[in-house]
Design a protein around this ligand. Structure first.
Ligand code: PRP
Ligand code: URA
Length: 207
C-alpha cells in the first residue's frame, strides 16, 4: 500500500493550467489527457514483463513484452477525461466503466452504471477519476470491482484531498494510489481546496 504523489515539472505545469479559472474546455481536456499519459508512465513502472528472443539486424538478444493484461476503469463522468491519455501508452488495454455520482447534499456516492470486460478478474485494473474528495466514489467503485473478483487494483487521480486518501487507505489498504497533487482539504461543500472546481463540468462544458 502506498500513496505516490508524482512531483514532475511537466505535471506541475499542466496541473496549474487546469486549476486556472481562465482555462477553456478544449485546453482543459488536452492538459488533463496529457497529465494522465505522464502519470501512466509512473504508475506502470511495476508492470511485469515476459522475456523472449528478438533478432536485431546484427544478432539475437533477449527482448521483453508486457506480461500483464491491463484494464482501465474510469469512474463516470470525469474519469473519461483521462482515458485517451492512458490509452496512448497502453493501446491494448480494455476499458470498463463504472457510473457513480456524489449526491450534492449528502456527498454520498450514488451508483448508476457498470459495464466491465468479461475477463476483468484476470487483469491489472487502473481505476481513474481526476478528483478524490471525500473518497466515497472511489471506495464504492473499488468495492464493486472486488465483487467481480478483481485482485490487482491501482487508483489514479489528479488531485487528492487528505480526507479522501484516509478513507481509501482505510477501506482498501492494498490499493496503491497515484496522484499528481495532494491538496489542502475539503471546503464546506465537499469541494477539494484549492482544487480546480467541478472536474466533470469543466471537461464537458456543462456549466
Ligand atoms: C466527482 C468526481 C469524483 C467525485 C469525487 O464526480 O469526478 O467522481 O466527485 O468526490 P468524492 O471523493 O467525494 O466521492 P461527480 O459526482 O461530480 O460526478 P460527475 O463526474 O458525473 O460530474
Ligand atoms: N468533485 C469535483 O469535481 N471536484 C471537487 O473538488 C470535488 C468533487
Amino acid at each position: 500500500m502506498a500513496v505516490i504523489e508524482i512531483n514532475h515539472p511537466l505535471i506541475q505545469h499542466k496541473l496549474t493550467i487546469l486549476r486556472s479559472v481562465e482555462t477553456d474546455t478544449k485546453s482543459f481536456r488536452e492538459n488533463l489527457n496529457e497529465i494522465a499519459k505522464l502519470m501512466t508512465y509512473e504508475a506502470t513502472k511495476g508492470l511485469k514483463v515476459d522475456e523472449y528472443e528478438v533478432t536485431t539486424p546484427l544478432m539475437k538478444m533477449k527482448g521483453y513484452t508486457l506480461g500483464e493484461k491491463v484494464a482501465i476503469v474510469p469512474i463516470l463522468r470525469a474519469g473519461l477525461g483521462m482515458v485517451d491519455g492512458i490509452l496512448d501508452l497502453l493501446p491494448t488495454a480494455k476499458v470498463g466503466h463504472i457510473g457513480v455520482y456524489r449526491d450534492e447534499k449528502t456527498l454520498e456516492p450514488v451508483y448508476y452504471y457498470c459495464k466491465l470486460p468479461e475477463d476483468i478478474s484476470l487483469r491489472k485494473v487502473i481505476v481513474i477519476d481526476p478528483m478524490l474528495a471525500t473518497g466515497g466514489s472511489a471506495v464504492a467503485a473499488i468495492n464493486y470491482l472486488r465483487e467481480f473478483k478483481v485482485k490487482d487494483i491501482i487508483f489514479m487521480c489528479l488531485v487528492a484531498a487528505p480526507e479522501g486518501l484516509s478513507k481509501l487507505l482505510n477501506k482498501h489498504p492494498e490499493v496503491d494510489i497515484y496522484t499528481a497533487k495532494i491538496d489542502q482539504g475539503l471546503n464546506e461543500n465537499g469541494y477539494i481546496y484549492p482544487g480546480l472546481g467541478d472536474c466533470g463540468d469543466r471537461i464537458f462544458g456543462t456549466k
